[in-house]
Design a protein around this ligand. Structure first.
Ligand SMILES: [Zn+2]
Length: 365
């Protein structure tokens, strides 16, 4: 069950706890985008306006027709999964990586292969070695999660780590959302609230990824890092949309300016999280806590780190039960962070995390 504070939090993960989204500043906007105003200004602006969401009746959960109305409003793609993601995945086939299709999403009735799902594996997968999972694009609009995962695969560090561990990467878990710069999938379901272990996952994206992970048969995952962003559009669109969908009131929150990560409160691994923060701070700034010592409504446990009970919330990072888990949250709307820097921050997160694990677990390279 979610605490009140969790229900109000603002990040991509917390939205996963309770939310949905629709438009990023890069997407065609139904309402004025947050642009690059300060996060505080964004929240203040929303608090001042707090207009009813344009779909549905305030206080009443959406009907199926209203979910279809929402989908129609966001159906036009604003970027190409084929060009920006699949082409880069195909280019990885060769001596260093295996590429596996693990399903497709049936969101285009005229073309069932419109949204194929792919994972990339380092060669010579060896069951006797530790296994690592990296996921990106669980929220399709969070661009650096996708491009950062691909950038890590193309980094020299990846091949170096592959000497002592198996690495599986699912770079774009939610391709429909990637093309439309959307948080929800086509059925108005948040994939990062859908990694259910005791019931059928409510999002096709989560179900497909969980099936792939089960089929791999890894007895004990060592690491899972799930790459995300927290954006101004969380407050300008996605949280208001989520509140409208669920018939709830939207309570504005503040978007933190900088990187942070989310640990599992049941297995926080503080040294692992610190290694991530220390690696990322060399690329981009770490989010400061607010006046109450919080980031997105949660007390920080150390600089740039908050904790959630990941499996209770059915978050992606809970999927493997890995010894070391973290969810990255890059802030792409900072005036001080370019898209390239955001991708580098995601790579730094993964590399810093794996360097820590190699040292801590005594893995020889
Ligand atoms: Zn996210």
């Amino acid at each position: 069950m979610l605490s009140h504070s969790l229900m109000r939090t603002a990040s991509c993960v917390s939205r996963a706890l309770s939310a949905t989204r629709a438009f990023s500043p890069r997407a065609p906007a139904r309402r004025p985008p947050a642009s690059r105003a300060s996060s505080t200004a964004v929240a203040a602006s929303m608090a001042a306006t707090k207009r009813p969401y344009p779909i549905g009746t305030p206080g009443v959960p959406w009907t199926d027709d209203e979910k279809k109305q929402w989908r129609a409003s966001v159906e036009s793609p604003s970027r190409s999964y084929q060009e920006e993601v699949l082409a880069k995945i195909e280019a990885l086939r060769g001596p260093n990586f295996d590429v596996q299709r693990y399903g497709s999403l049936p969101y285009d009735e005229s073309d069932p292969e419109r949204f194929p799902l792919f994972a990339v594996f380092t060669k010579a997968w060896d069951e006797t070695r530790p296994s690592v999972l990296i996921t990106g694009g669980v929220h399709g609009y969070e661009t650096s999660g996708v491009q950062g995962a691909l950038a890590f695969l193309n980094s020299p560090q990846c091949l170096n780590f592959a000497k002592v561990m198996n690495i599986a990467v699912a770079p774009c878990v939610s391709p429909w959302g990637y093309e439309r710069v959307q948080r929800w999938n086509a059925e108005a379901v948040d994939p990062n609230r859908s990694f259910a272990k005791s019931a059928p996952p409510p999002a096709r994206e989560a179900a497909a990824l969980m099936r792939l992970v089960n089929e791999l048969g890894v007895k004990s995952w060592l690491v899972h890092i799930d790459l995300h962003e927290t954006t101004d559009s969380d407050e300008s669109e996605f949280r208001p949309a989520k509140a409208a969908r669920d018939g709830e009131d939207y309570e504005p929150d503040v978007v933190p300016d900088g990187f942070y990560c989310v640990a599992d409160s049941k297995n926080p691994q503080p040294g692992f999280q610190k290694a991530i923060i220390d690696a990322v701070r060399l690329v981009t700034h770490i989010a400061p806590p607010d006046a109450n010592g919080n980031i997105i409504g949660e007390k920080i446990t150390q600089e740039g780190v908050i904790e959630y009970p990941l499996d209770d919330l059915m978050l992606c990072a809970s999927m493997t039960g890995a010894k070391y888990t973290s969810t990255s949250e890059v802030y792409p709307d900072s005036p001080n962070a370019s898209a390239a820097e955001c991708n580098k921050a995601q790579v730094a997160c993964v590399v810093g995390a794996l360097e820590y694990v190699v040292e801590k677990e005594g893995l020889r390279r």
